[in-house]
Write a protein that binds this ligand. Structure first.
Ligand code: SDX
Length: 438
């Protein structure tokens, strides 16, 4: 059965909802992986009632053909390809193409895509003055959200979302410029001159070059660093309807341009309950290390209902098993630290913390496992990335996913502005008391 928005869904049955003398037969639909949903599109029209689901724990906002998660089994697939296979055999730009356009590119397609990105890596010179306006200690996520939003002022020739060619150019501009914008925010924070992108380098090499090269010295790229960064970007590339992706869809549903929609997604990702958890996790590991490495003390704090402390990098709304990305990242940690002959005490603390927590009834009962943010910070540290830039790296990785969802939404035949309802619990009607009597 073709749904209104063109994605294959199967109607299994109807479910009768009875409210007093009112009833409504709602379609029970099933997706390609056997997930089932009650389609409540007609509920309010036929019964006057709506549903309420704080935090959207049980609510699907859309159909999507981009990413599939099975939280119970710890499965993650981009367009049907298991994350483990993509991480082992593709690079980040191939993965970005797959997420955005739906298929792995052939040799000609990927060359065109890479060339399109290379063409747009530089920022308009006047945009560099933005950085002078930020305080030295500005958080790079604030800079990223601001400068990405401002792209719409410098690139007004690619804002028309009904013109496929303009959408394509804005996709190239975002993929190409985000690493440049990010690296400039780091250079600003350390008072070093901005390094222009070097298009003879590949995507991750170029970013490392802009981050760590200086005009005075030859910068020697470590291929292990570029390889580790490539893997990190792939595992962060998409994750279905997470908070920041849902934000991009929400903002994009008003027909706001792609730059504005991505800027909103960056702001949503910043929160420590979401993408900001990687920065918060390393700060937590450092605190535990400073405190003598007493992981049990912190596990007990996380269990204490009267203590707001949580184990950052632990738990997930969907995964009730190991986050497959955490498994991949942890293996990369092992390999990179070994290759660099680095002995990061935080990696030791993280492994001890995981061991203690996973044996604890509180975590077992709530199915709390390490998530993507638990080990990623250890690799970023090994790459020399400063803590405040961790979530920026997450944003660079997640950008293709945000773009893919924004594009899927706009290409969906059932596309309409997102406008949730509410249940009002405030005052019923009352009269205004004149000021002199209040
Ligand atoms: C990301 O959605 C995505 O896909 C996100 C993401 C992506 O790729 O886009 O995967 C990236 O954001 C990963 C998550 C990063 N955040 C953190 O690591 C922050 C720490 N974790 C949490 O705060 C929490 O686990 C969330 C926010 C991730 C999930 O929150 P939920 O689903 O709303 O779960 P909850 O807060 O209702 O917790 C359920 C129970 C509660 O205990 P009870 O009230 O049942 O007694 O588990 C407890 C929570 O107190 N709990 C934790 C905990 N996480 C949940 N207790 C201690 N430490 C934790 N980390």
């Amino acid at each position: 059965m073709k749904s209104s928005d063109g994605f294959e869904i199967e109607q299994l049955d109807t479910v009768r909802v009875q409210m007093g003398d009112q009833s409504c037969d709602l379609p029970l639909i099933e997706g390609s992986e056997g997930e089932r949903a009650l389609d409540i599109s007609r509920l309010r029209a036929e019964t006057g009632a709506i549903t309420l689901d704080e935090g959207f724990v049980n609510t699907g906002s859309t159909r999507s053909a981009i990413t599939f998660l099975d939280g119970e089994k710890g499965v993650l697939r981009y367009r049907g390809y298991p994350i483990e296979k993509l991480a082992a055999s593709c690079d980040f730009i191939e993965t970005a193409f797959l997420l955005i356009y739906g298929e792995l590119p052939n040799a000609k397609e990927i060359e065109t895509f890479r060339a399109g990105i290379r063409e747009h890596t530089m920022l308009h010179q006047d945009m560099k003055s933005f950085y002078n306006g930020f305080p030295r200690d500005a958080h790079p996520m604030a800079i990223l959200a601001s400068v990405v939003g401002a792209l719409s002022t410098f690139y007004q020739d690619s804002l028309d979302l009904d013109d496929d060619r303009q959408v394509e150019i804005s996709i190239y501009r975002l993929l190409a410029k985000l690493p440049t914008i990010a690296a400039y925010s780091y250079k600003k924070s350390i008072g070093q001159p901005f390094m222009y992108p070097k298009n003879s380098l590949d995507y991750t090499e170029n970013f490392l070059h802009m981050m760590f090269a200086t005009p005075t010295e030859e910068y020697e790229l470590d291929p292990d660093f570029a390889e580790a960064l490539n893997l990190l970007l792939i595992v962060h590339a998409d994750h279905e309807q997470n908070c920041s992706t849902s934000t991009v869809r929400m903002v994009g549903s008003s027909n706001a341009n792609l730059f504005a929609s991505i800027s909103a997604g960056i702001s949503a990702l910043w929160g420590p309950l979401h993408g900001g958890a990687n920065e918060a996790c390393v700060n937590m590991l450092e605190q535990i290390a400073r405190d003598g490495g007493d992981v049990k003390k912190y596990v007990d704090m996380a269990k204490d209902k009267d203590n707001p402390f949580r184990l950052m990098g632990f738990g997930h709304r969907v995964y009730k098993n190991f986050d497959p990305r955490a498994t991949i990242i942890r293996a990369c940690c092992d390999k990179l630290l070994d290759k660099l002959n680095l002995d990061d005490p935080l990696f030791e603390v993280a492994q001890q913390l995981q061991e203690v927590a996973l044996k604890d009834e509180y975590f077992i009962e709530r199915k709390l496992y390490p998530n993507v943010d638990f080990y990623s910070g250890v690799i970023y540290r090994a790459l020399g990335i400063p803590v405040q830039m961790f979530t920026v790296l997450f944003a660079i990785g997640r950008l293709p996913g945000w773009i893919a969802h924004w594009r899927e939404m706009h290409n969906s035949p059932g596309f309409r502005i997102n406008r949730p309802r509410q249940i009002y619990t405030g005052h019923t009607e009352r009269n205004v008391t004149p000021l002199e009597s209040r």
